[in-house]
Design a protein around this ligand. Structure first.
Ligand code: KIV
Length: 291
């Protein structure tokens, strides 16, 4: 990133309400990868959320979410692992198949988990084919920048749409020294170059995680594919969050970039508490629930 670069607010095509509401908004019946470029071209923001099962995926479809990510964050939020590293391809496939079965409109993307694609483009191809065939996802996501270009080319060449993921890449958390913002200062240029490499290799979108907003803005301006931010400011074409974080289902601390839109944990705990109380008092099941 150069010192004389315009600020991201000057460059941000999403800064106004243009293209964000009203009849001109592009609203395909089923979201396909080519719509991503159209959204970018139109300056139309879109939403991606993680999902790991059919029920919640259906709710997110009803709410109009365009992309569902079967993230390897399933390791954290569904299995309570400290990192995303332990989850296996077979475990991810179960989550992915469930999400695919639960929706018809959103584009479903699955993460290739740690250890399932790094050895060679052929290893990545074998894993990605399993996700396409056995789970029925429409695209896969792989972490990494220029070092993944050959792999992305191989998958795209085989007809598998690929989403990139640059900046903070959770599978590399031990190499990166923990959960840390990437691309501060001079390191910003490397993040931008990585995003460019991913686009040049044929990815249809790229996640930018935990990078300064100015870096994300410059990358978004350079690319013709959409950037999807998580902890990257409001300058990217799309946004993604882990659903348990944004709906308040997780106990404990959430990252700074998360906004909690509700407190689902209390909502569920209250409802379940009421159920328990009614079971204990004999109020439930009532006559209308009995045969
Ligand atoms: O696994 C995941 O949920 C992700 C998002 C954080 C982008 O990769």
């Amino acid at each position: 990133m150069t010192a004389e670069s315009p600020s991201h607010s000057e460059k941000n095509p999403y800064g106004s309400s243009a293209g964000q509401s009203g009849p001109e908004r592009i609203a395909p019946g089923r979201i396909r990868t080519h719509h991503m470029a159209q959204f970018k071209e139109a300056g139309q923001r879109f939403t991606m959320l993680t999902a790991y099962d059919a029920s919640i995926a259906g709710v997110f479809e009803e709410a109009g979410v365009e992309l569902l990510l079967v993230g390897d964050s399933a390791a954290n939020v569904m299995m309570k692992s400290g990192t995303t590293l332990p989850i296996t391809v077979d475990e991810m496939l179960v989550f992915a198949r469930s999400v695919v079965n639960g929706v018809s409109r959103p584009l479903v993307v699955a993460d290739l988990p740690f250890g399932s694609y790094e050895a060679s483009p052929q290893q990545a191809l074998g894993t990605a084919v399993r996700f396409m065939k056995e789970a029925g996802v429409q695209a896969v996501k792989i972490e990494g920048g220029s070092e993944r270009a050959e792999t992305i080319r191989t998958l795209v060449g085989a007809g598998i749409p690929v989403m990139g993921h640059v900046g903070f890449t959770p599978q590399a958390e031990h190499a990166l020294g923990g959960y840390r913002v990437q691309g501060r200062g001079d390191a910003g240029q490397k993040v931008i170059d990585d995003a460019v490499s991913v686009e040049e290799a044929g990815a249809f979108a790229v996640v930018m995680e935990m990078v300064p907003a100015a870096v994300a803005a410059e990358a978004d301006e350079k690319l013709s594919i959409p950037t999807i931010g998580i902890g990257a400011g409001n300058v990217t074409t799309g946004q993604v969050l882990v659903w348990q974080d944004m709906l308040g289902l997780n106990a404990g601390r959430v990252p700074r970039f998360v906004k909690q839109y509700t407190d689902l944990r209390s909502v569920i705990a209250d409802a379940v508490g009421q159920y328990r109380a009614e079971v204990e008092s004999g109020e439930f099941p009532a006559e209308e629930h009995s045969f």
